[in-house]
Write a protein that binds this ligand. Structure first.
Ligand code: ZN
Length: 311
């Protein structure tokens, strides 16, 4: 239109160029005097722990019960019967659909994560047995890009549930994730809907789904399949939530209660069903599979769990 300016011209097309890029604060990492490899310092009680002894105790501090993070393979070893794992889609990896570049290209980040963890993506999925029962299981590995959920991760979680559906066996997902993977933008967010859709199919088919939440379970993972289990178990003091506490405090302009977003707080407020110590996790999981799938097991008597007021 002659004589009238478009909205871009009114605002000024050059405004974007004049925006100064924010200065990022650099946080100095504390230098540890503890020799790496043989010893590890507990982040909660400060005790110096022998790495081999810590491994024997499934990475739980013997002094304060702090649960250190496990890799995906360590998690599988903890939960499933020995030599029972058959992996599905081990080579499924992200194709970097957006050709995303931040400080460095996403593809370079993927290669670095692959070399560090020896995995193609942040989820390891497949078929296994737990306490003799066939199950479909998926575990997330925080050491692969913070356990973030890209399109490949979502696909693998969905495949795990499809496997459960096909064979009419329980599905187990162990979440350990910082949430959706920002380098895949909307495609990563779409995994929330995709996994929730398959989860719905499990419910319709009356197939149980057990969700285990570990430290941390946040963002898009917490907002989708992690919170949709028929039984939701969490490890003690695990960080579980959607947004970080600082973001919430700034949004609602209120100080959050102590222990907010930890397993104990969530149990008290009905978000999760149980807090289970890592030492008891396999036993409890087997108990719930026994209870939910009596047709899957030999007529072995289901023993009630100790100290369980709910049962
Ligand atoms: Zn400790």
């Amino acid at each position: 239109m002659k004589g009238s300016k478009s909205s871009t011209e009114i605002i000024g097309a050059g405004w974007f160029g004049s925006v100064k890029s924010p200065k990022l604060k650099t946080v100095k990492k504390q230098v540890s005097n503890t020799p790496a490899g043989l010893w590890k310092k507990c982040v909660t009680c400060g005790e110096i722990l022998q790495t081999s002894k810590l491994k024997e105790n499934v990475s739980v501090c013997p002094y304060c019960d702090h649960h250190f993070r496990l890799t995906g393979m360590e998690r599988l070893e903890l939960l499933i019967d020995a030599d029972s794992f058959q992996e599905i889609s081990p080579n499924l990896r992200s194709s970097d659909p957006l050709k995303f570049i931040d400080k460095k290209p996403y593809n370079e980040r993927l290669i670095a994560a692959e070399e560090k963890t020896d995995l193609a993506d942040s989820a390891i999925c497949g078929r296994a047995t737990v306490g003799g029962h066939p199950v479909a299981i998926g575990v997330m590995d925080f050491f692969f890009m913070g356990g973030s959920m890209g399109a490949a991760t979502g696909e693998k979680i969905a495949q795990t549930m499809e496997l459960a559906l096909e064979h009419k066996i329980p599905a187990i997902i162990v979440s350990c994730s910082g949430g959706a993977r920002m380098q895949e933008g909307l495609l990563s967010l779409m995994q929330m809907a995709k996994t929730s859709g398959v989860r719905r199919k499990l419910r319709t088919a009356n197939i149980p789904y057990f969700s285990i939440l570990t430290d941390p379970t946040t963002g898009g993972v917490a907002a989708s399949f992690a919170m949709q289990g028929d039984v939701i178990m969490a490890e003690p003091k695990a960080l579980i939530g959607f947004a970080g506490p600082r973001v919430i405090e700034q949004s609602i302009r209120q100080i959050l209660p102590e222990g907010f977003q930890r397993s104990e707080f969530l149990l008290e407020h009905g978000f999760i069903d149980r807090i289970v110590h890592r030492h008891d996790l396999k036993k409890e999981l087997t108990f719930f599979i026994d209870m939910f799938c009596p047709h899957l097991i030999s007529p072995k008597k289901v023993k009630p769990l100790e100290n369980n007021p709910a049962l």
